[in-house]
Design a protein around this ligand. Structure first.
Ligand SMILES: [Zn+2]
Length: 403
């Protein structure tokens, strides 16, 4: 333990969170950016150790942890926000929490990195991946908060069949139901998930779903939709807004029999949008479509993109450096992944919370400027021990600014 400098585990997690909260983008930056006298004093006050750990100490410790124990933390953050009713305004139809599930590549290597890498071979060249299936709670006003993550990885170098997003979805769905057994959920999924086994999981778990329906998927459903559309002219709605014309049409109760004979009643919604170009979006849903909810449903379908934009894109390209290997160790990299998710949730709540808006009415301009101000505060903090005591005893209330 001496090798690790006897840092209490919470102090290492805290340093790991600081790494992401201040968007340092590399573990070794901790040494250069966070090792100020003020920061050391703060560590002494908070953890009884008058120094900030080095990145090497974080790496050596994180490689020996059980990542599942950290994986429950983003879930419990979201659970607290739901219980405290912070996210109620962002629900679909004021009832359903929208959970978008999507996979993304975290690391890609040109040589085998570990026995758990999944592989893809293209033109005789094999690449080695670490991927994750993320469930993020998205709100109509733009948040994308990590609820839970399922890593897509093989059990060994030569599995009979590789792990994949669909297999990971089955594992993640089970954990999601366990974590939120009674939460009204609308799952937002991309076209990959438009299939019987996924519909069946949603039916069993009493989840509503809205899944992208591509032309090539569920051919019988697409065909039925096209056949019935001309006969159901009343199932349409047109919305015009600032030059954008949206033409909604839908067919309810299309019967679908999956490959093992289970029958599902599906509802299909289409939205044709015309601004400069024309785009068509189509979804299959468990929600019966009406003139009253068609527009909201299509908006929820577009909210799914938030997992791409506010979620993955921010984490990859706007300062969190998701694809940077903070640790080469297959366990350590998961620990960093979860710390990143927690830091991102914290950042979004800061950005959108009323408290910070009141304190800094001129605003920050961008989420990464909050990180910059945070880093400056951390490096130069003049909060003394007695004040930390008071701060830690304060109840924290998060209220989102909805103006
Ligand atoms: Zn690997």
């Amino acid at each position: 333990m001496n090798r690790l400098g006897n840092y209490p585990l919470p102090s290492l997690f805290f340093a790991g969170l600081l790494l992401f909260l201040s968007r340092l983008q590399a573990v070794r930056q901790i040494k250069f950016r966070l090792h100020t006298q003020a920061a050391k004093t703060t560590f002494q006050t908070l953890f009884g150790k008058a120094s900030v750990p080095h990145g090497d100490t974080l790496n050596a410790t994180f490689a020996n942890l059980d990542p599942d124990q950290l994986g429950v933390l983003p879930t419990s953050m979201v659970r607290t926000l739901i219980r405290k009713r912070v996210l109620e305004k962002g629900r679909f139809l004021r009832r359903f929490y929208m959970i978008a599930i999507d996979g993304t590549g975290v690391y890609v290597f040109h040589q085998r990195h570990c026995e758990h890498c999944t592989t893809k071979t293209h033109n005789g060249k094999t690449l080695y991946y670490h991927m994750v299936l993320e469930a993020k709670l998205v709100t109509s006003d733009g948040l994308a908060l990590s609820v839970m993550s399922e890593f897509i990885e093989n059990p060994n170098e030569n599995p009979s069949k590789q792990d994949c997003e669909i297999k990971a979805f089955h594992r993640l769905a089970e954990k999601l139901k366990q974590a939120f057994p009674n939460l009204p959920i609308l799952l937002l999924l991309d076209g990959l998930f438009a299939e019987g086994p996924v519909f069946q999981i949603c039916r069993q778990n009493r989840w509503e779903f809205l899944i992208v329906l591509k032309d090539a998927d569920l051919p019988s459903v697409n065909q039925e939709f096209r056949n019935l559309l001309p006969l159901n002219q009343e199932n349409t709605k047109i919305k015009r807004q600032e030059g954008l014309i949206q033409h909604y049409s839908w067919i309810n109760d299309i019967s679908y029999r999956d490959t093992v004979g289970r029958v599902f009643s599906l509802n299909v919604l289409e939205c044709r949008e015309k601004l400069a170009d024309e785009h068509t979006h189509r979804w299959v849903s468990s929600q019966k479509i009406t003139p009253d909810n068609a527009v909201s449903l299509a908006k929820a379908g577009r909210d799914r993109w938030k997992i791409e934009n506010q979620g993955f894109n921010t984490q990859k390209n706007l300062g969190f450096a998701l694809e940077h290997p903070y640790s080469e160790d297959p366990v350590g990299m998961k620990v960093y992944y979860f710390l990143l998710q927690m830091a991102h949730t914290w950042g979004q709540l800061c950005e959108r919370g009323r408290a910070l808006k009141k304190a800094v009415p001129e605003g920050f301009g961008a989420l990464k400027n909050i990180a910059f101000r945070f880093l400056e505060e951390w490096r130069n903090s003049s909060i003394v021990a007695a004040e930390w005591g008071q701060l830690l005893n304060l109840g924290i209330q998060v209220r989102l600014d909805t103006s």
